[in-house]
Design a protein around this ligand. Structure first.
Ligand SMILES: NC(=O)C1=CN([C@@H]2O[C@H](COP(=O)(O)OP(=O)(O)OC[C@H]3O[C@@H](n4cnc5c(N)ncnc54)[C@H](OP(=O)(O)O)[C@@H]3O)[C@@H](O)[C@H]2O)C=CC1
Ligand SMILES: Nc1c(N[C@@H]2O[C@H](COP(=O)(O)O)[C@@H](O)[C@H]2O)[nH]c(=O)[nH]c1=O
Length: 335
């Protein structure tokens, strides 16, 4: 493997994917700081909307590597970290290369502009995978070039586009992803995921605008569909069904402050920006032309159980793969 720009950018992209969907409504972004030619000082990501951007987290961790101190360590907000680094950097970043998956933001939003911080710290080079297409935030590269900082755009652009894709859809309409858990041999019935994967699914439930589930699943599984593993917010639910009546004792109907709609109109999904479907092969057959991504959570066990019985024939591209605990996460897109 060559230690080149692509190598460092891949680290930034992989780090960002760990927080994919969790940054909603913000994009998932990763950043790596390299001192000299190849000393990796930090690999960081944006973790949640309102929290520091990837660049800020990465610059903070990079600085701490050489200057460990509790004062900076304890600073959690972007404003505090910006102020500290601008006052104390003393040229530390001048021989550093900054790899960032998205063009540094150029505007003051919930957090101050990353381009401004980088402008002050004057790194040797900023390598950007994908330009920012958001009219409010774009222009960071020009700001840096204006300060004679070397800027390169387009390293691993296709991979960075896949990372950015949910954000682009949130901004232009609806992003729909399909979550399905299975065993290694494809069983989808009963308990499948371990607690860590369940907690991850609950973290996703906490973020989305709407959870779609099939009518048969509601009758069979009698699910709760909340975010109890992380003490999070239970999402609003749409049950896709031709029936109007469900047993009101099913736990999902008992959750306070949640809306449940029962509908056979899939156009309703377009009223929401961020939709997760929890389903398997029946519902997949119905929705296959409307999905942006599929998130497959594979538990490493083989057992007897229910498998795909439908007449489905779909080819996928693996956009990203990752682990949650022992389980494999596959982010898939239809070819
Ligand atoms: N491992 C996992 O991650 C998951 C496992 N499961 C399991 O998988 C099994 C199969 O689930 P899944 O494949 O998601 O789908 P479902 O078995 O829930 O079936 C899809 C449902 O969609 C509704 N539907 C179908 N066509 C229409 C239509 N034209 N108009 C309105 N409603 C329609 C029907 O509801 P109705 O009959 O009410 O009209 C139907 O029952 C479940 O029994 C569950 O146990 C489910 C989710 C996740
Ligand atoms: N069994 C299973 C899943 N099943 C999904 O979760 C629903 C149950 O949710 P709740 O009642 O809130 O626990 C169930 O109806 C189905 O949609 N999902 C997973 O990630 N992993 C699993 O092992």
């Amino acid at each position: 493997m060559k230690i080149n720009d692509q190598f460092f950018m891949k680290l930034a992209i992989d780090e960002a994917w760990k927080y994919q969907f969790l940054t909603y409504p913000n994009p998932a972004v990763g950043c790596v700081v390299v001192k000299g030619d190849s000393e990796i000082l930090s690999i960081e990501a944006h973790k949640e909307a309102g929290m520091p951007h990837a660049e800020v987290n990465a610059l903070k961790e990079a600085y701490l590597k050489y200057h460990p101190n509790d004062l900076l360590k304890m600073k959690k907000t972007s404003h505090e970290i910006h102020d500290y680094l601008i006052k104390n950097h003393n040229g530390f970043f001048n021989d550093c290369k900054i790899y960032v998956t998205l063009e540094p933001c150029n505007h003051e939003g919930k957090t101050p502009a990353c381009a401004n911080l980088l402008k002050e710290l004057k790194p040797k080079k900023v390598i950007i995978a994908h330009e920012d297409m958001n009219n409010i935030a774009r222009g960071g590269a020009e700001t840096l070039k204006g300060e004679n900082i070397d800027v390169n755009i387009g390293c691993m652009k296709k991979e960075a586009y896949e990372l950015l894709y949910p954000f682009l859809k949130w901004n232009s309409g609806t992003f729909i992803f399909y979550k399905m858990a299975q065993t290694l041999n494809g069983c989808i019935d009963g308990a499948i995921s371990a607690n860590q994967a369940k907690a991850y699914v609950h973290t996703l439930r906490d973020k989305i605008d709407l959870l779609l589930i099939g009518g048969n699943t509601v009758r069979t599984d009698k699910p709760t569909l909340d975010a109890r593993f992380i003490a999070g917010r239970a999402p609003n639910v749409m049950i896709y069904s031709k029936n109007k009546v469900f047993d009101s004792n099913i736990p999902l109907f008992k959750i306070p402050n949640r809306k449940v709609i029962v509908s056979d109109d899939l156009f309703k999904l377009l009223d929401y920006k961020f939709v997760m479907v929890e389903g398997t092969y029946n519902l997949l057959d119905t929705l296959k032309d409307r999905l942006d991504y599929i998130l497959l959570i594979v538990n490493p066990k083989i057992r007897k159980g229910v498998n795909a019985l439908n007449d489905l024939d779909i080819n996928f591209e693996i956009v990203h793969e990752n682990y949650i605990g022992e389980e494999k996460l596959l982010f898939l897109k239809r070819k």
